[in-house]
Design a protein around this ligand. Structure first.
Ligand code: HEM
Length: 480
């Protein structure tokens, strides 16, 4: 190609543009994009990377060039945490990936499967609310992200393997949250071994060693769950769960092969890693924003009181009647997308895009975070203002991958496999919390810290610790 490479920062020998990116890649790359434009090319160590930082450039890569960029890059860390690329998140686009997506959509994440499992989501919401109600008597703050991750993991555990995996205040739930957090921080870290192989074996940041240890712990948790599940098969005669269906699935991919043990383990670990912290993080940020802006919380509670009253809990079927709650969720996904740089895509072959040449073996990063804060699209992008989704052209914006101004779940063929589940869990669990309790900061905490933490996902650096005070009629909590 005679076309030039897209503009980008200078690439230094060996380390490329790493020093210009800084410790938080999503915000560092967003700053660079202001200077070099919405399609930017740079090197991270030896890796070639193209970064899309506007809605138009995201559309170009995820719609026009979707099939070209639909693989995942393989690195030391991704191999360690993905059963060697045999799971869904890190598999290349191909027969195995298609089979995993089909099976998960049919039995868990598609719209029909989602309605089948509404009862499980309700049970776990009630369990979370009852725990909070009892806890509120102690007048102690609660660590909201831990409680949410526990609820999400229980929903997944019960649907996937008929097992409630954690108790709300058990040590295991706390350890699980820590493990997921560390895995996601590790996956987001610039692993020197991947970027600068020449010095990689030194493992200067200790990332590889840590990830290997974490992966062993996570694998042993998944293996234990699988063994327990096989032992209790008799109890589920005639009433198979997701894992029974996946293990017993005769389905074959286009290559004539079925799912192997690594695919199944990878699939289960995908559900726990990709499906718990992501939704929990959005709810945590939304609550933090409302604690900073109490009038938003009050308006949301007035809406729930008007639609639901104070004598029963919120039900999933109430959500279509709660437009302000929906707007709050969209606003949280805009300002705090849980995967700020999405998950990297990869193109092995070269191509020409918008007048630029993109060489083969290039990673694609879509800066979802920068797109949600683009001042050319969003008025006052740093202000948390759900109102923006209630009127004008933004009222029609849908976050499910069709409107590129707001793509928290990505778009195109690699779009989040759990986008329906993610959206429902965020709306239902956030709405339930807002409706059932009044929220405040613990005594002595003046200003709420809103710093972002590092990693593949974007948590609050300081986990949200809050006081909950029941606000419904006592019978609504179903404790007597
Ligand atoms: C609010 C919640 C969630 C958000 C914002 C979110 C966001 C994302 C994003 C941005 C991607 C990468 C898309 C791409 O590569 O272009 C992704 C992938 C994925 N997500 Fe989610 N996610 C959420 C919840 C969930 C849930 C609940 C599950 C499952 C239970 C899930 C399972 C997955 C899987 C399996 C993939 C990999 C898909 C593939 O590579 O084909 N996610 N998610």
């Amino acid at each position: 190609s005679r076309l030039p490479l897209p503009p980008g920062p200078p690439n230094l020998p060996i380390i490329g543009a790493l020093p210009f990116i800084g410790p938080m890649p999503h915000s560092g790359l967003a700053l660079l994009a202001r200077r070099y434009g919405p399609i930017m090319f740079l090197k991270m160590g030896i890796r070639r990377v193209v970064v899309a930082s506007s809605s138009a450039s995201a559309r170009t890569f995820l719609k026009t060039f979707d099939s070209h960029f639909s693989d995942r890059p393989s690195g030391v860390i991704s191999k360690e945490v993905s059963y060697n690329g045999q799971n869904m998140v890190f598999a290349d686009y191909g027969p195995k990936w298609k089979l995993l997506r089909k099976v998960s959509s049919l039995h868990l994440l598609g719209s029909k499967a989602m309605s089948r499992w509404a009862g499980v989501r309700r049970d776990e919401a009630i369990s979370m609310i009852q725990f909070l109600k009892k806890h509120s008597d102690s007048e102690k703050p609660v660590l909201l992200p831990n409680l949410l991750v526990c609820a999400m993991a229980n929903v997944i555990g019960r649907i996937a393997m008929s097992k409630r995996v954690f108790h709300e205040d058990g040590e295991e739930a706390k350890e699980f949250k820590e493990m997921i957090k560390e895995l996601l921080v590790g996956q987001g870290a610039s692993n020197i071994e991947d970027l600068v192989p020449a010095i990689g074996w030194l493992d200067p940041m200790g990332v590889r060693k840590k990830m290997l240890g974490l992966n062993r712990r996570f694998d042993s948790m998944v293996s234990k769950l699988l063994v327990e599940h096989a032992e209790t098969a008799g109890e589920r005669q005639g009433n198979p769960d997701l894992l029974d269906l996946v293990v017993g699935s005769e389905a074959k991919g286009e290559d004539g092969e079925g799912l192997c043990e690594d695919n199944i383990k990878g699939f289960i670990s995908d559900l726990f890693v990709a499906g718990t912290d992501t939704s929990a993080i959005v709810i945590e940020w939304a609550m933090a924003e409302m604690l900073k802006n109490p009038s938003i919380l009050q308006r949301a509670q007035q809406e729930t009181d008007r639609v639901i009253g104070r004598h029963r809990l919120l039900d999933e079927s109430d959500i279509p009647n709660l437009p302000y709650l929906q707007a709050i969720c969209k606003e949280a996904l805009r300002k705090h997308p849980p995967t700020p740089l999405s998950i990297p895509h990869y193109a092995s072959e070269p191509c020409d895009v918008e007048g630029y040449h993109i060489p083969g073996k290039t990673w694609l990063l879509v800066n979802i975070w920068a797109i949600g804060r683009d001042p050319d699209v969003w008025k006052n992008p740093l202000v948390f203002d759900p109102e923006r989704f209630l009127q004008g052209k933004m009222a029609r914006i849908d976050p499910m991958g069709n409107d590129f101004e707001l793509i928290p779940f990505g778009a195109g063929r690699r779009i989040c496999a759990g986008k329906l589940a993610g959206m429902v869990m965020v709306q239902y669990y956030l709405g339930t919390l807002v409706h059932a309790f009044d929220w405040s900061l613990p005594e002595g905490v003046g200003e709420l810290d809103m710093e972002e933490g590092p990693g593949l996902v974007l948590p609050k650096a300081v986990p949200l610790s809050v006081m909950a005070r029941p606000r419904l009629a006592p019978a609504a909590y179903g404790l007597h």
